[in-house]
Design a protein around this ligand. Structure first.
Ligand SMILES: C[S@@+](CC[C@H](N)C(=O)[O-])C[C@H]1O[C@@H](n2cnc3c(N)ncnc32)[C@H](O)[C@@H]1O
Length: 367
């Protein structure tokens, strides 16, 4: 019989409902909790989640849980576990401990005793030695709370939002999981155009193009587990054109190079142009009839643009309205008063954090 694993997908605060939607599409029955989603499933589902989730930052497997009040007891109990199926044999790992309201509280001692116990359970004394701190390795999380020790494993060596394609970037790039969340929250449909006129390193449009063409968010990452099932079944690729632009030549070049690495250069046209000069906004009569404009315009906090941002937002709103009723606007905003300058009624889609700031995704009503 297939082993049923207890799993937890973690995400940035505010993205939980979108992550739950992704897990449902993978066939799981997700339970939303603050900071992520709990679910159960097979090893194949775990492999699938690691590869296909676009809004998760980590997927953890719960390994064990027991009462424990002393470091010696921890080492002994861990030595009695059966960790054979947790990681491939010989795979080295990091250990991170945390402790609250517990008799055992010294986190480096917890890490040492856990490692010593696990090396015994694995019958591999080399695992008692700590690997170099900066090595990218799977990580055991050992958490003490009220004298209960919970052991979880993050099989991925780096956070899942590091997709591996964004090697070129400007000053304020959006994390890939947040860009993915914006695309999902926009409700972009198969036959609609997609447009980001403030594309920077291209993250939003690249996530959209990968989603549309069935490229897994983790496609460029080394697989950490046998993958099993192929993931969500995709309808034929979407037909709506995908465009991105930025007034900064270098950003447009970065976006093109990133799109190439992400495997979507053929599906995404990137231009160097001010938003108002992009053909779809300069001559809206030539733009597709239906589409979504999804963007992360300058906030005025992190990049010094000079000029009056209110005027930029007003002009964006004006140009957007010229596109006609078949278009929706989604933007990521830090300053809600500034966002309101677009002059289009916007409702909040989600709120999260980006670069230390609270940010909200705001969207106009569906056509
Ligand atoms: C917050 S950044 C976007 C970051 C992007 N989402 C990413 O992942 O890299 C805003 C971008 O807007 C561009 N920008 C500022 N004013 C512009 C304008 N008038 N027309 C077009 N792009 C503009 C900047 O060059 C910058 O790359």
């Amino acid at each position: 019989m297939q082993e049923e694993l207890e799993l937890f997908a973690a995400c940035a605060p505010g993205l939980e409902p979108l992550l739950a939607g992704e897990l449902t599409r993978l066939g799981a029955t997700p339970q939303v909790v603050p900071g992520g989603v709990e679910f159960t499933g097979s090893r194949e589902l775990l492999g699938c989640a690691l590869r296909w989730l676009g809004t998760a930052s980590h997927v953890l497997r719960r390994c064990d849980k027991f009462r424990c009040r002393a470091l010696g007891e921890l080492e002994r109990k861990v030595a009695e576990l059966d960790p054979a199926g947790w990681l491939p044999r010989g795979q080295t790992f990091h250990v991170r401990a945390s402790a609250r309201h517990s008799r055992v509280y010294h986190t480096s001692a917890i890490e040492r005793h856990f490692r010593a116990g696990l090396a015994r359970a694995l019958e591999d004394p080399r695992q008692a030695e700590e690997p170099p701190r900066d090595a990218e390795l799977p990580c055991y999380a050992v958490r003490f709370f009220s004298d209960v020790c919970t052991i979880s494993l993050d099989p991925a060596a780096t956070p899942l939002h590091r997709r591996g394609y964004r090697l070129a970037m400007g000053k304020a790039p959006l994390r890939e999981d947040l860009a993915h969340a914006l695309v999902l929250a926009s409700g972009w449909r198969d036959d609609e155009a997609f447009f980001d006129p403030f594309c920077g390193s291209g993250t939003i449009a690249i996530e959209a193009a990968r989603l549309a063409h069935g490229i897994a968010p983790g496609a460029l990452r080394a697989p950490v587990l046998p993958e099993g099932t192929p993931g969500p079944s995709f309808a034929p690729p979407r037909t709506g054109p995908i465009r991105a632009s930025d007034r900064d030549e270098l950003s447009a070049e970065h976006a093109r190079a990133n799109a190439e690495r992400a495997g979507v250069a053929a599906h995404l046209e990137v231009r160097a142009s001010a938003f108002s000069a992009h053909p779809w906004l300069a001559k809206p009569q030539d733009a597709p009839e239906r589409g979504v404009l999804v963007c992360n315009p300058p906030f005025g906090k992190r990049i010094a643009g000079g000029g009056d941002l209110r005027v930029l937002y007003q002009s964006l709103g004006h140009r957007f309205q010229q596109l006609g009723p078949g278009w929706r606007l989604v933007l990521l905003a830090h300053d809600l008063r500034l966002a309101r300058a677009v002059g289009v009624p916007l409702k909040r889609l989600f709120t999260t954090r980006h670069g230390g700031l609270a940010v909200s995704a705001l969207g106009s009503a569906p056509a």
